[in-house]
Design a binder for this molecule. Structure first.
Ligand SMILES: [Zn+2]
Length: 247
């Protein structure tokens, strides 16, 4: 990631770092604060199923066990209670469960949010495509309160999240940036609910939430981390690690 591109990304997300740097710092914290090696950590992510998120996946994250895939379109944790419960019970007994969650958004080198130049292509395209489609529908008056359909359940769910958050999206300087914030809040609320109803046969639960930012060419993603919390499961104590992430 060159400085000019990172500077462009930071005009939208001032605290953005490469996701590789973010994961490296996380692994340092797990080692320094909990004396945990990566192979003692079962990771899950609730991020969009977009292939670019696989191409731009931070390499060091593979040092942990997993990842279990919680997310569907735009990162909403569609795997639900059963997914959360299943992966939580795959954790090493002396280790930690780690969940990274958040929506994603492309930002082109030219500074267009909601777009990215995909590998082998010469024209930028929507990213997150599902979010762009739902926002476009919202702005054209095509959304209303409606039940999700079986054939397009995930997209319909995203549409309803944006419908409920329409006051924050319609009229925003960048509707897709605003919609990504709305989706972050919806994902975090749902992850917290799922996490509270799951039992963990290990000492620690780590929750990291943020905006995942895709970049042109499929090289490396960035992240703007909004929450990093360590829960000691025996006591329920919650430690805020966000400041320590970049200390
Ligand atoms: Zn997506």
């Amino acid at each position: 990631m060159d400085d000019a591109y990172l500077a462009t990304i930071r005009t939208f997300y001032p605290d953005a770092r490469t996701t590789n740097d973010t994961v490296t710092r996380l692994l340092d914290l797990l080692s320094g604060r909990l004396q945990l090696e990566p192979r003692q950590v079962m990771s899950a992510d609730s991020i969009c199923s977009d292939d670019l998120n696989v191409i731009e996946y931070p390499r060091r994250a593979y040092e942990m066990l997993g990842p279990f895939k919680m997310g569907g379109l735009n990162g909403f944790p569609f795997a639900g209670l059963t997914g959360m419960g299943a992966f939580a019970h795959h954790v090493p007994e002396d280790g930690a469960v780690f969940v990274f969650y958040g929506p994603h958004i492309g930002i082109t080198r030219a500074g267009t949010p909601g777009q990215v130049l995909r590998p082998g292509q010469t024209k930028a395209s929507s990213c997150c495509g599902a979010a762009i489609a739902a926002v476009t529908k919202l702005l054209s008056g095509g959304l209303s309160e409606a039940p999700a359909t079986e054939l397009d359940y995930q997209q319909n769910t995203i549409e309803q999240v944006f419908w409920r958050g329409r006051d924050r999206i319609v009229g925003a300087p960048s509707p897709i940036v605003a919609a990504t914030d709305v989706m972050y809040d919806a994902i975090e609320t749902r992850v917290d609910l799922l996490a509270s109803r799951t039992s963990y046969p290990c000492p620690y639960l780590i929750l990291m939430g943020g905006i995942l930012i895709n970049t042109d060419g499929g090289g490396e993603s960035c992240s703007s981390i909004r929450r990093l919390r360590c829960v000691t499961l025996s006591s329920g104590a919650q430690d805020d690690w966000l400041k320590a992430l970049w200390a």
